[in-house]
Design a protein around this ligand. Structure first.
Ligand code: IFM
Length: 440
């Protein structure tokens, strides 16, 4: 039987939940990072966020009005293990309640285990730079499988490991805000290893639902056809895409990137131990892709990884990202070079400077962006590219990491003073699209 296409929305724990001290939760690296002056726009924090922790029933009722099949959310690790080795049933109860509420409306739960909120206790012991972090993650994953699997429709081990490693340990823009290339390589390796270990645990427990990982690999375009710019394209693909796809599907790291990284930071690859690559390549059931834009590059010999980012004349969203829906085809085709397993678009969306007018939010730019991307997904599936579902980012406006609350991605507007929710025009446009699709 043909599998049903899944329509969904997505959020992540730290970005929406708030309630950072409730029911035994301890701080995550994002609480610590937010407390450091200058890290987050306007000094914003996730302390209250959308207070989804207390508003989840209202939010899920709105999801049912939207008519989605599935809600993708993540689990806050420091709620579940507030200290090393200490399980906290009170923290788990929140997710059990969310899933029970979803069930009432026939909405399935697509659960991400790690969407960047590492417990601070783990960071204090070295975090992802400490190989033991893989064991701590495995313990966390096992507990989530044990307590939630019966009512979860799909598991995503990690969200965008490139961001959680290179953006966080090399560029330093995200928690824990470090600046070392070898550190990023080590963190990425341990995250990918923890992915493989979680998949093995799930299989060993007899888990029957699909399990996979979400990447933010990107379709890359070179500014010109010249050799240097084409080289930069290949480097960018290596840095953001192949560094994760090769171990997942080919049991190796890309040698061109490994050589470049090694020349830059002198790593001896001591973090890579026998058996690791086999574990990372444990077979998965689907791959999640988060797609927002393309990456446009030129050759920059002054950059440690030879990549420059020239200005383009594409129209841009409020966060400055080029709008290029057709680039999704390149991303999907590049992914298809590696695997034929189902692809889910686990995030896609756009930030705009939304305003409330007479109780409504007329976000025509988001409606256009959404429609063009949905048409593209449809087009790719007509060509047989095997996209199995689409999750709009985001259900709610939320804490956009280093941008704080200054960038709004939601289908639902959140008034951060009153916590009132206002469905935007894009909410109704998405609802209508889903309904029309189901009637086909
Ligand atoms: O908000 C983020 C999300 O947490 C991960 N993917 C990209 C989104 C928009 O920046």
């Amino acid at each position: 039987m043909k599998k049903k296409f899944v329509w969904g929305v997505a959020t992540s724990a730290y970005q929406v939940e708030g309630a950072v001290r409730e029911d035994g939760r301890t701080p995550s690296i994002w609480d610590t990072f937010c407390a450091q002056p200058g890290k987050i726009d306007h000094g914003d924090t996730g302390e209250i966020a959308c207070d989804h922790y207390h508003h989840y029933k209202e939010d899920i009722r709105l999801m049912s009005e939207l008519g989605i099949d599935s809600y993708r959310f993540s689990i806050s690790w420091p709620r579940i293990f507030p200290e090393k080795g200490r399980y906290n049933p009170d923290g788990m109860r929140f997710y059990q309640n969310v899933i029970a509420e979803l069930k009432k409306y026939g909405i399935t739960a697509a659960v991400t285990l790690y969407h960047w909120d590492l417990p601070q206790w783990a960071e204090d012991l070295g975090g992802w730079l400490n190989r033991e972090c893989v064991d701590w993650f495995e313990e966390f994953a096992r507990k989530c499988f044990e307590k939630l699997d019966a009512d979860v429709s799909m598991w995503i081990t990690h969200n965008e490991p490139w961001c959680a490693s290179f953006l966080s340990y090399y560029i330093g823009a995200h928690a824990p805000g470090k600046h070392g290339l070898e550190q990023a390589m080590i963190a990425a390796h341990h995250m990918m290893l923890s992915h493989g270990r979680a998949v093995r645990v799930y299989r060993a427990m007899g888990g029957k639902h699909p399990i996979g990982i979400t990447l933010n690999s990107t379709p890359v375009y070179a500014a010109t056809d010249t050799f240097p710019d084409q080289l930069a394209r290949s480097m960018q693909e290596g840095y953001q895409n192949r560094w994760f796809l090769d171990p997942l599907f080919r049991k190796s790291y890309p040698t061109d990137m490994a050589a470049l990284f090694a020349a830059q930071c002198g790593t001896r690859f001591a973090f890579l131990q026998p058996g690791d690559l086999e574990c990372i390549a444990e077979p998965i059931d689907f791959i999640g892709l988060n797609f927002y834009s393309h990456c446009y590059v030129n050759y920059d010999p002054a950059s440690p990884i030879l990549i420059g980012h020239p200005e383009t004349d594409y129209p841009k969203t409020d966060i400055g990202w080029d709008i290029h829906p057709e680039a999704l085809e390149r991303l999907v085709r590049d992914t298809r070079e590696y695997t034929s397993i189902p692809i889910y678009i686990t995030e896609n969306g756009s930030a705009w400077d939304d305003r409330v007018e007479n109780g409504c939010v007329h976000d025509q730019e988001r409606v256009d962006y959404l429609r063009r991307h949905l048409e593209e997904v449809d087009h790719l599936n007509q060509m047989g590219l095997g996209i199995q579902g689409y999750f709009s980012w985001s259900f709610l406006d939320n804490f956009e990491w280093a941008n704080g609350y200054s960038k709004r991605f939601g289908l639902v507007y959140v008034d951060y003073k009153t916590l009132k929710r206002i469905p935007k025009d894009s909410f109704y446009a998405y609802r209508d699209w889903i309904q029309a699709f189901r009637k086909r």
